[in-house]
Design a protein around this ligand. Structure first.
Ligand SMILES: Nc1ncnc2c1ncn2[C@@H]1O[C@H](COP(=O)(O)OP(=O)(O)OP(=O)(O)O)[C@@H](O)[C@H]1O
Length: 274
């Protein structure tokens, strides 16, 4: 290693130690437009997603938050009437390039939905399914290890270790959502998209998932859609405010909640509309 590299490394480590956020852009959206048939749902959205940070998407119902989230792993491809224009990159690679393997993309950019949706299979199988189809378990024992590690990272292992072969659907709502997070983690994603992951959970289960999101950001980049201003303020480092299909403004969460630039953000966070 030469001196320059050593210095650069040291400075990067110091930045980390000082808590300077990682400003690497993991995903970049430029002039993103989405149409459902004739109706346009998103207009020229430019939004960067920073690595190892939580980005919250907020705004009144129907403003396009979930539509934008679904663009990030091409889930809109599954909606017949949907058409996406503009450019979205992951590590500077165009995810809408025809060469992109969408199955592989969705392993790199995983998703957790509003309602916990475990498969009607055992807890073990819920987590093992993805790694198995993606060929991540090479030798016997690999799968056991992936399942255990993923459940640990999702903060669920201790609660379920004695009943791994019982149905995932038998868990509580909060546990099911953490199982879905373990399932997403099991294929080693780089980005995790969460569409209102706590809206079906009680306050205690919500608090547990919020803590988990904060832990996960050390290893993953997270984008979360939420209707809860408190949740956005608690879990995210950056917040993006949408209104009627437009990105109104985006910035550090602390600033967005104390001193936003746009009147619409101010009105929304203070409950004046939405
Ligand atoms: N599958 C679809 N087909 C047609 N229109 C859709 C579809 N999904 C969303 N839309 C429309 O696109 C617009 C944006 O919807 P979207 O669900 O992205 O908003 P949202 O901000 O996530 O809303 P909510 O907070 O209510 O979930 C809305 O007008 C909605 O009716």
């Amino acid at each position: 290693m030469n001196i320059m590299t050593e210095t650069a490394l040291e400075s990067a480590v110091n930045d980390k130690m000082n808590g300077t956020p990682n400003e690497t852009i993991k995903m970049r959206g430029r002039k993103v437009c989405v149409f459902y048939g004739e109706k346009q749902a998103l207009f020229d959205v430019d939004l960067d997603v920073r690595e190892n940070q939580v980005t919250a998407l907020i705004g009144p119902s129907g403003c396009g938050k979930s539509t934008f989230l679904r663009c990030l792993n091409r889930m809109n491809d599954t909606i017949d009437s949907a058409r996406v224009a503009g450019k979205i990159t992951l590590d500077d690679e165009d995810i809408y390039d025809p060469k992109i393997d969408v199955v592989e993309l969705r392993a790199r950019v995983g998703m957790v939905f509003q309602k916990p949706n475990p498969f009607p299979k055992s807890i073990f199988e819920n987590v093992a399914y993805g790694p198995r189809i993606h060929g991540l378990a090479r030798k016997k024992g690999d799968l056991d290890e992936i399942v255990e590690t993923s459940l640990k990272k999702a903060g669920l292992f201790n609660e379920v270790k004695d009943r791994l072969h019982e149905p995932g659907t038998g868990l509580s709502g909060g546990q099911q959502q953490r199982l879905c997070i373990a399932r997403a983690i099991a294929v080693s994603p780089e980005v995790i998209l969460m569409d209102e992951p706590c809206s079906a959970l009680d306050p205690i289960a919500t608090a547990r998932v919020e803590e988990l999101i904060d832990e996960l950001r050390q290893n993953y980049t997270i984008v979360i859609v939420t209707h809860s201003m408190q949740q956005a303020a608690r879990v995210s480092q950056r917040t993006a405010m949408f209104h009627m299909g437009y990105l109104v403004e985006e910035g550090e969460t602390d600033k967005m909640f104390t001193n936003p630039d746009d009147r619409r953000t101010q009105d929304y966070i203070t409950g004046r509309f939405g």
